[in-house]
Structure formats: C-alpha cells, structure tokens
Design a protein around this ligand. Structure first.
Ligand code: SAH
Ligand code: SF4
Length: 384
C-alpha cells in the first residue's frame, strides 16, 4: 500500500504511471492532498469514478497521528505527533503580525548531542518519513484553516468544514507563510526525506511557498550543505554558537568533523546559489560561556568574508541543562558590537515559553535510548 503523503510530485507522477494513469492525475491528487487537506479518495470529485474506486486498493492517505494541541498565552501553538509506540515529536506554529511561521521537526531525537539542546540530550531514535515531515504542515494547515481566529480545541475534530481550501485565512491570506526546519532533529542528516518534503512545500501543486520562506537550520553538515545548494537551495540558517573551534567543539560536537574554516567556506559557496544573499547565523546566548565582548569581536573576524546576519537566541533553559541565559544587557552589548562591525544582528523573541515550545525545548518523547549513538559523529558520515 503506497502512502501518497510519502511522495513528492515526481514520486506521485511515477506512482500514477505505474498504475496505468496519466501524469496529470498526480497534479490533481496533489491539489486534493495538500491544498484541500483531503484524507479520503471519495472527496476527490474531479477524478473519474473508476479511478476513485481503484485508488483505495493500491494507495492510502496516512498522515501521522495527532496527539494533543497546546496553545500558549501569546498565541503560539504546539502539536504533538505520535510517530510510533512511545515516540513523539513536536510542531510549533508562531503567529506574528505579518506572517505565520511553522517550525517543523525532521527526526525523532537528534544524534548530535549539542550540550545546550534538550533534543540532543535525549539521543537519537529515527528519521521521520516524508509523510511525517510534510504531515506536520498538512495537519497545521487543517487545524489553522478551520478557524484561524479562535483556538481549535481539537485539530482532529470535524468542526467547520465550510472552508473549501485549507491554510488560508478569511481574507485569503496565508496563515502559514513561512516554514522553518528548526524543530527536533538535524534536517541534513535526514537528507532525502527532508528534501522531498521541502520540494512539496515549494511546489505550486502542493504548498507553493517561495524558496526564501522555507528555511533549513543546520548545525553545519558541510557536504550536505553543498548537496542542498546544488539540488534545492532554500534559505539557510547555520547554528554557530561559538567563535572558535575550541569552544564550538564542546558546544556543537559535529564541529570536530567540520571545523569552522570549512564551515565558513561552505557558507560562502551557499550564498552564491541560495535564494537569499546572506546566511543566518544562529547564536544561542549562554551566560559566561560564549557571550563576552571578545567573543563578539572574534565572531566579526571569523565571518568577515561571509555575507551573513546574526540571530541571537536567548538560551531556553530546561531541567539540568547546566547553562544559564545571558542577561539581556549582555545580549544588547553583544548585538551592538556585531552591528558596530557592520553586521545585522537581531535578538529572537522567546515565544511559547509557557508551553515549552521555544527553540531547543522540544523534547517530545523517545522510547529507545539504547540506540543512542556512542560515536555520534563518525556514525553519520556515511549517510550524507
Ligand atoms: N539541528 C538543527 C535544527 C534544530 S535546532 C540545528 O541545530 O540547527 C534549532 C535551533 O535551536 C538551533 O540553532 C539550535 O542550536 C537552537 N537551540 C537548541 N537548544 C536551544 C536552547 N536550549 N535554547 C535556545 N536555542 C536552542
Ligand atoms: Fe541536534 Fe540541532 Fe539540538 Fe544540536 S541543536 S542536538 S544539531 S537538534
């Protein structure tokens, strides 16, 4: 049984050809699946009756199972997705004045074990499938499209079927205007599934987002950054967090494999082909660890030849993290040194704090910690 949510457009075309149907059926079905949120072939009224009867025998529409939804005081929403016995991942929607951003997960847990990240602390379990990655957008569109103005008590419920096309507000504006792959996991270590899901996000027959509005965040998997640049360049955020190798080796251990010099060159190459003319460097502000004025000055030297912006993220604490958030005055001073050096530096607002939906707090639930990777870096090198 082929789950149609596991296929990008070329995959859908191949599937329809394999059952003796014309390629345009793929586009038709894609509209139903991704733009109307259909979960039943019977809803696809412009397909020939015979095809509608045949499809349930060879294919299914199986989105991930939705757990409960939490709504924060500031309007941020978080959905839990059940992705196997005792495994859960999280998806977060952050409404802002001009845009709505969905933060999507790509793995159950993460193998890279960055010290300050609660996902990293729980170890790695498995990659999400295409259906599980794109399913987060599918569900969020359904939940938000139903009634964007009031929180929906149960996204899985059957309320408000009046709106024909999902994911658009009352005035036709997009509710989810941006997607960031900044949830649980390292997207570039689940490369193929991530790229297929991203291609659906970009495809006009599916979600039709522009390349500038889909951002992949990576801890710096250099060969995969080059692959992405050639294959599907979307906006890129790189989790830097330290201005020198000694500190980054400790905070972001993948740095031992891809040190800063290589990472900076990869960023320069990416900018040449990417949809934006800069890389966003994410920098989590850890009190007395990486937030001194000389760290900001070292960052300016490190990134001198890279077209980039900085996004300073106040550390989001979790139990036994061993780190503290930098005081806001320290963050301000750090930002002003970067700006004095000619770089744009923004400080991320912390959203969804009260429902643990902020960056690096997505813990979900991972059952099988025995598969935790001991030598996490070497293990994954074969996969990119
Ligand atoms: N694995 C990818 C994407 C997921 S993490 C990556 O590392 O880029 C998304 C962002 O949240 C990264 O910049 C990450 O470093 C940051 N982050 C992780 N833990 C955090 C925490 N406790 N507080 C603030 N930001 C955190
Ligand atoms: Fe993984 Fe990113 Fe967390 Fe590091 S910060 S452990 S790469 S999810």
């Amino acid at each position: 049984m082929q789950n149609l949510l596991d296929l990008d457009l070329p995959g859908l075309v191949a599937f329809f050809e394999s059952i003796g149907e014309k390629p345009f059926r793929a586009r038709q079905v894609s509209h139903w699946l991704h733009q109307f949120g259909a979960d039943d072939f019977a809803q696809m009224t412009d397909l020939a009756k015979s095809l509608r009867a045949k499809l349930p025998e060879v294919a299914e529409i199986r989105p991930p199972v939705l757990g409960h939804e939490q709504v924060s005081d500031d309007g941020t929403r978080k959905w839990l997705l059940e992705v196997g016995p005792m495994n859960r991942v999280e998806t977060v929607f952050i409404p802002e004045n001009e845009r709505g951003t969905l933060c999507v997960s790509t793995q159950v847990g993460c193998a890279l074990e960055c010290e300050f990240c609660s996902t990293g602390r729980q170890g790695f379990n498995r990659n999400l499938s295409v259906a599980e990655i794109i399913g987060q957008l599918w569900w969020a569109n359904k939940a938000l499209g139903r009634d964007p103005l009031t929180p929906s008590p149960s996204p899985a419920g059957g309320r408000g079927e009046h709106r024909e096309s999902r994911g658009f507000g009352n005035n036709g504006e997009r509710i989810i205007s941006n997607v960031v792959l900044m949830g649980m996991g390292e997207p570039l270590l689940n490369y193929d599934n991530t790229v297929s899901a991203v291609s659906l996000m970009l495809d006009d027959h599916a979600y039709g987002l522009s390349r500038r509005r889909v951002t992949i965040s990576t801890s710096g998997i250099v060969p995969a950054m080059d692959r992405l640049r050639a294959q599907m360049p979307v906006a890129l955020a790189v989790s830097l967090h330290a201005p020198n190798d000694a500190l980054r080796d400790r905070l972001v251990p993948i740095n031992r494999k891809y040190p800063l010099k290589e990472l900076m060159s990869a960023c320069q190459r990416y900018v040449q082909d990417g949809p934006r003319d800069f890389i966003t460097f994410e920098y989590v502000m850890l009190d007395a660890v990486n937030d001194r004025p000389e760290d900001a000055e070292a960052l300016l030297r490190l990134t001198r030849d890279v077209s980039c912006k900085f996004n300073l993220i106040p550390f989001n604490p979790f139990p036994n993290s061993g780190f503290r958030r930098s005081p806001s005055e320290t963050v301000r001073r750090f930002a002003s040194i970067l700006m004095g050096g000619g770089k744009i530096a923004t400080t991320r607002k912390t959203r969804g704090d009260d429902i643990d939906a902020a960056c690096g707090q997505l813990a979900g639930q991972v059952q099988d910690k025995s598969r935790r990777v001991i030598n996490r870096i070497e293990q994954f090198m074969g996969e990119v």
